[in-house]
Design a protein around this ligand. Structure first.
Ligand SMILES: *[C@@H]1O[C@H](CO)[C@@H](O)[C@H](O)[C@H]1NC(C)=O
Ligand SMILES: *[C@@H]1O[C@H](CO)[C@@H](O)[C@H](O)[C@H]1NC(C)=O
Ligand SMILES: *[C@@H]1O[C@H](CO)[C@@H](O)[C@H](O)[C@H]1NC(C)=O
Ligand SMILES: *[C@@H]1O[C@H](CO)[C@@H](O)[C@H](O)[C@H]1NC(C)=O
Ligand SMILES: *[C@@H]1O[C@H](CO)[C@@H](O)[C@H](O)[C@H]1NC(C)=O
Ligand SMILES: *[C@@H]1O[C@H](CO)[C@@H](O)[C@H](O)[C@H]1NC(C)=O
Ligand SMILES: CC(=O)N[C@H]1CO[C@H](CO)[C@@H](O)[C@@H]1O
Length: 591
């Protein structure tokens, strides 16, 4: 009970915080920028709220809000390159959609809350770092028995029947009892922007116990990123995809120039140091990252004193594979294993104690990793697929959302890349998957066999190489990425892989590379409660807007691809970059 009260108090603080950030951003935007990327994304999530009456496109931004009294939705279309399929006369830079005060459209709760500061204003109450969940009690171990057959490694190579995004290994029922959140208490992507900015501005790593050169280098990098030259963009980076392309470009350059990573040698195989074990299936991100990191001559240093980051090279998938006692419902031994490891390296190297672990990182894709690493590695930068900012302890601005990628061919991770051109995408929306979690049954209940435009299925029948599933992805306009047991799903990257616009239905999910990418410019976010309106929401997106998003999906694709040998701006470098970026912005040198 006390816990709940605590929780509600936290929520109020958050709402107020978001209000403050919102107001500041609006003012900033209003006075400084014709089109601020932050505020546009803060608003544009509401695009998903149907029914919206959209005005015709307007040539100028003169219809900016004169007061926050009327909710305005900005939608920035800055098409710097011609989009072949767009009508020629319409290549304007900015499109403004104004949300009418249509009585059927009640303002979304969090938005109206943002606009009306709560009377219980207490700025001292804002906690320095917002981690929404406050699990004071140990997660209750209360797992349904797991089918041992479901625990075989997800090697699609030898199991062609294994369905994309439907790996039986993947979505094991949660071991912990779910922490029920009050209804409606969700963190939307707009809220996430606010939390991120707040944490960025206010949360620092522990001050190092003693100073090293690397601290100065990081500080210098931070200054250079903050003062990144504008208009020196790389042709390979399409500005609308990014929160701030200039900063990203500068930060990426500095990473290439500066970053050194020390990889601990300790740790036995196969849990540590054996990436080959996890190169296919839905946890492949952690395996591929480990492989590329260990093979990198460019980034790896053998001198801990020269390292800006320290990698803890374990696989959360192998941890589960080797240590989880089927049917036990307990993760205690896995948690202990990691704790012992940290104890070992903290005793052997002074690097851990110097910063309390805040320059250490891990990359883990198993659902359980978020919880397993919560205690012993809380100070580390954790790249996690299960990036749940609601139920799990995922700290925006410190932790990194790791893309979950389903790799079918270890030899050729790019097999089946791409999809049909927009004009040949005849299906409005597609989903197929097992009924994991509580969102998918609702999706199916509303849309399975209800509407010919909505291809919403349970698990598809087996087909060789999963052709059936892939063909749907290649020929649909929108691919529905509904959460399973946890917020993450390989569908998000699969959709991008097949050039299908992702529709993310997973409240509290922090999408990959959140620090860098302006997700709302190429993906649609639909709140779980809006599933009944899904079709209207999708139909309310104009064809023009769809074409723009689809083109952006193609442009952002490079950041989500694994290559046998890493290439610039690919997923390996993006993961490393997000870790670097969070390290740089939290640097706290000895004064
Ligand atoms: C809000 O919109 C209404 C109609 O849409 C308009 O009459 C009113 O003047 C607007 N208020 C402000 C402050 O812009
Ligand atoms: C579009 O963005 C480019 C830079 O990204 C800028 O130079 C140009 O003025 C923008 N166009 C519009 C119409 O805002
Ligand atoms: C603000 O909150 C702090 C602690 O929560 C409390 O001590 C203080 O009295 C509050 N101030 C106001 C003005 O509410
Ligand atoms: C989390 O709960 C603990 C114990 O109740 C409390 O001391 C702590 O302040 C809480 N943290 C937040 C952020 O509410
Ligand atoms: C991007 O960041 C640079 C460097 O901090 C800044 O000068 C520029 O105004 C930012 N651009 C936008 C659109 O916020
Ligand atoms: C780091 O701190 C721990 C706990 O204080 C201590 O046991 C350990 O010996 C320290 N490590 C080193 C290398 O001094
Ligand atoms: C180009 C365009 O979308 N025009 C529309 C503007 O709005 C009117 C009424 O809302 C429509 O009838 C036009 O088709």
């Amino acid at each position: 009970m006390g816990h709940e009260v605590q929780y509600i108090l936290e929520s109020k603080r958050l709402v107020w915080l978001v209000a403050v950030v919102f107001a500041v951003v609006i003012m900033f935007q209003y006075f400084e920028f014709p089109y601020g990327d932050v505020s546009s994304s803060m608003f544009s999530v509401r695009r998903a709220q149907p029914p919206l009456s959209q005005t015709n496109q307007t040539e100028t931004s003169s219809e900016s809000p004169k007061s926050p009294g009327n909710v305005t939705i900005f939608d920035v279309f800055n098409i710097t390159e011609p989009v072949d399929t767009l009508d020629k006369g319409n290549s304007i830079g900015i499109e403004i959609n104004i949300q009418s005060n249509d009585s059927t459209t009640s303002p979304p709760p969090s938005l109206s809350a943002s606009l009306t500061p709560p009377t219980t204003v207490n700025s001292t109450a804002i906690s320095p770092s917002i981690a929404l969940d406050n699990k004071t009690s140990k997660p209750e171990v209360n797992a349904p028995d797991l089918d041992p057959n479901l625990k075989k490694p997800a090697t699609s190579e030898n199991n062609p029947a294994l369905s994309v995004g439907e790996s039986p290994v993947k979505e094991l029922p949660p071991v912990k009892a779910t922490h029920e959140r009050p209804i409606g208490d969700i963190v939307t992507i707009a809220d996430m922007h606010g939390i991120f900015l707040h944490n960025r501005a206010s949360v620092r790593s522990m001050k190092p116990e003693w100073s090293l050169m690397v601290d100065q280098e990081l500080l210098a990098a931070k200054l250079q990123i903050e003062n990144a030259p504008v208009n020196s963009n790389d042709w390979a980076l399409y500005p609308p995809l990014y929160r701030n392309v200039s900063r990203f470009k500068r930060s990426y350059e500095l990473m290439e120039k500066t970053l050194k990573v020390y990889i601990y040698k300790e740790g036995g195989k196969p849990i540590f140091h054996q990436p080959q074990a996890v190169l296919s299936g839905i946890y492949a991100s952690e395996g591929w990252f480990m492989k590329h990191m260990k093979e990198s001559k460019h980034f790896v240093t053998n001198n801990p004193k020269q390292a800006h980051l320290f990698y803890i090279p374990f696989s959360s998938r192998m941890l589960e594979e080797k240590l989880y006692v089927t049917g036990s419902g307990s993760r205690d031994n896995m948690v202990q294993y990691l704790k012992d490891y940290i104890h070992l390296i903290a005793g052997r190297y002074d690097s851990w104690n110097r910063t309390g672990g805040s320059d250490h990182f891990l990359v883990a894709c198993h659902d359980w990793a978020t919880d397993e690493t919560r205690k012993s590695m809380d100070s580390c930068i954790r790249a996690l697929c299960n990036s749940d900012v609601g139920r799990e302890h995922f700290e925006l601005g410190k932790d990194v959302s790791l893309p979950e990628t389903y790799v079918r061919s270890t030899q050729n991770p790019l097999r089946e890349l791409g999809g049909k051109p927009p004009s040949q995408r005849s299906i409005l929306a597609f989903f197929a998957g097992q009924m994991h979690g509580d969102v998918r049954p609702i999706l199916l209940q509303h849309w399975e066999n209800k509407d010919p435009d909505m291809k919403i299925f349970q698990k598809l029948p087996k087909s060789k190489g999963n052709k059936n599933y892939i063909n749907y992805m290649k020929s649909s306009k929108y691919c529905i990425c509904a959460k399973g047991y946890e917020v993450n799903s390989p569908r998000v990257v699969e959709a991008i892989f097949h050039e299908c616009v992702p529709v993310i239905i997973s409240d509290n999910f922090v999408p990959p590379f959140f620090e860098i990418l302006n997700w709302e410019s190429f993906a649609v976010f639909v709140e779980e409660k809006d599933i009944p309106n899904l079709k209207n929401i999708l139909l309310s997106i104009s064809n023009r807007r769809y074409l723009v998003m689809q083109q952006r999906v193609k442009k952002v694709q490079q950041h989500f691809l694994w290559h046998v040998k890493p290439v610039k701006y690919d997923i390996f470098h993006m993961i490393l970059h997000s870790i670097w970026y969070n390290r740089v912005f939290r640097v706290n040198p000895v004064s």
